[in-house]
Every structure is written in structure tokens, then in C-alpha cells.
Design a protein around this ligand. Structure first.
Ligand code: NAD
Length: 250
């Protein structure tokens, strides 16, 4: 089990001119912006079965139910603003450039709205839509429309249905090659607000430590399921714990 203490007792993590930082964010970083986490009571997820709204089988059964769910999430996300933790990570990128690899499990756009430019959305993006045919040449495109009417669902120019650009359960997350390279190159690995229950993301910390010398730190109000893989669990909310987390030198 990692050393788990309140974040106030930890010193900032030094980031010098060579340090490579991998940050993995989960639903917890957006919780204080008003976006329900996966496990939240009263969250959107509680009212829906994952198999119905976030799986290829659910899509095959009833695309209208799936689009209604993601339309509701688009509507909710449109009202949410980035918080101090998103802003702190955007500032870190401004300071160290591509030595920060920011990977999020979140499909919301709050990192970008805070100013982050290079964000790897391994589970897709809420405000993108793509053709359901894997071989279609049309790339995912920005889409903030709400599709609440099952009789008027969007179609691709090729004739197939358009689907949310989301990695559903049972599908392979995006950019796994890029992620693997960044994990093997990082000196510092930080997870913010992720329960450590959803793989492959929950395995990134072990991969980073296997690959080399990465120091691994978890930020969140409670230890995650994979706490034993971290050197430290700094217990606190993202908006309090992330802004003072890094000490950029040089
Ligand atoms: P999760 O819901 O399983 O876990 C959320 C974690 O955040 C918990 O460990 C909790 O302790 C922590 N947390 C709660 N409040 C916090 C705060 N204020 N500061 C820091 N941490 C806080 O979420 P997950 O681990 O990201 O995995 C669930 C899956 O659901 C992911 O695949 C993700 O794609 C998806 N999801 C995304 C969003 C989003 O886009 N914002 C929201 C919900 C779920």
C-alpha cells in the first residue's frame, strides 16, 4: 500500500529542465466542475445501464437510447467550466511544453477549455461524432448537436449511421502506442481523480514504474483500487491538490 496522507504534508514535485511528466486524469478532476463521476450517486450513470449506453451491443440494440444519453451529457458539459486543477495543468504545459504528456480518460473538453493544447483523449471526445463503419474514410468531426429524437439520428455521407466518438466498454482505447511510448519515457507519473478500476488506464502506473525510474503519485480524496502501485497517495480534492503539485525549475 502506498504512503497515503493528506496532500498538505507533501512537498511539491520538482520538475527541472529534463523532467518528463505523464499525467493521467479521470472523472475526479472534473467533479468540482459539476460533471458527475462514473461512481457518483445521482450521476447520469446511475440512471443508465452501461451495457445499454456505453457498449457496441447497446448501440446495436438501440442507437436512439445511446444518442439520447450522450446528448444529455453534451448538454450538461456545455454548462460546465474548467476548474483550478485543469488550469494548473494548462499552465504546466505552457511551462514545460511537450515534456508534459496529458492523457485523460474524460470525454469532456475541460482540459482544452482551460488552455491545454496537447491532450490525448484515450476514451474519445464527447463533442465529436464519427461514422460507425470502421473502414469509412470520414474522420471524426466536431459536433455539439443534441440528438434526442430516435427518428432523426445523424447519418454519414456514406450512408451508415454516425455514432459518438467514444471508446465504449469492450473497445480499444485511442492512441495506445503514443501512450506506451510516453509511459516508458516519463520520470514522474501522476494520476488525478481516477478510481483505478477501469483498465487499461488503471495499469499505466505499473507500466510507468516497470519501464524505468518514474516516481508515481496519486491525487484524489480517497486511495484508488490500485493504490499499491503508487509511491504516494496525496489525499485531497483536485482543485486544492493540483495547483501546488509541481515545482517547475529552470
Ligand atoms: P471513476 O468515477 O471510476 O472514479 C472517479 C475518482 O475520482 C474516484 O476515485 C474519486 O475518489 C475521485 N474523485 C472524486 N471527487 C474528486 C475530486 N474533487 N478531486 C479528485 N478526485 C476526485 O472515474 P474514472 O476512474 O475516470 O473511470 C471511469 C470511466 O468513466 C472513465 O473511463 C471515463 O472515461 C468515464 N467518465 C468520464 C467522465 C468525464 O468525461 N468527465 C465522467 C464520468 C465517467
Amino acid at each position: 500500500m502506498a504512503n497515503a496522507r493528506s496532500f498538505v504534508t507533501f512537498a511539491p514535485i520538482p520538475v527541472d529542465t529534463e523532467t518528463r511528466v505523464f499525467v493521467l486524469t479521470g472523472a475526479g478532476i472534473s467533479a468540482e466542475s459539476g460533471i458527475a463521476t462514473f461512481r457518483d450517486a445521482n450521476g447520469l450513470w446511475e440512471k443508465h445501464r452501461i451495457e445499454d449506453v456505453a457498449s457496441p451491443e447497446g448501440w446495436a440494440r438501440d442507437a436512439g437510447v445511446v444518442w439520447r444519453f450522450y446528448s444529455e451529457r453534451r448538454a450538461q458539459a456545455s454548462t460546465c467550466a474548467p476548474n483550478a486543477a485543469h488550469v494548473a495543468l494548462a499552465k504546466l504545459e505552457a511551462a514545460i511544453g511537450d515534456r508534459l504528456f496529458l492523457c485523460t480518460q474524460n470525454v469532456d473538453p475541460l482540459h482544452e477549455r482551460a488552455g491545454s493544447r496537447r491532450v490525448v483523449h484515450m476514451h474519445g471526445e464527447l463533442f465529436k461524432t464519427r461514422c460507425e463503419r470502421a473502414r469509412c474514410v470520414s474522420p471524426p468531426r466536431f459536433d455539439d448537436a443534441l440528438y434526442m429524437d430516435p427518428a432523426a439520428l445523424p447519418r454519414c455521407a456514406c450512408g451508415a449511421r454516425l455514432r459518438p466518438h467514444i471508446c465504449w466498454f469492450g473497445e480499444v482505447p485511442f492512441d495506445m502506442d503514443l501512450i506506451a511510448d510516453a509511459l516508458s519515457a516519463c520520470d514522474v507519473f501522476v494520476t488525478i481523480g481516477s478510481s483505478g478500476a477501469v483498465y487499461p488506464a488503471a495499469g499505466f502506473v505499473a507500466a510507468a514504474r516497470r519501464a524505468g525510474r518514474a516516481r508515481a503519485v496519486y491525487i484524489g480524496p480517497e486511495p484508488p483500487d490500485n493504490a499499491r502501485d503508487f509511491d504516494e497517495c496525496r489525499l485531497g480534492n483536485a482543485t486544492s491538490a493540483v495547483p501546488p503539485l509541481f515545482d517547475v525549475r529552470g
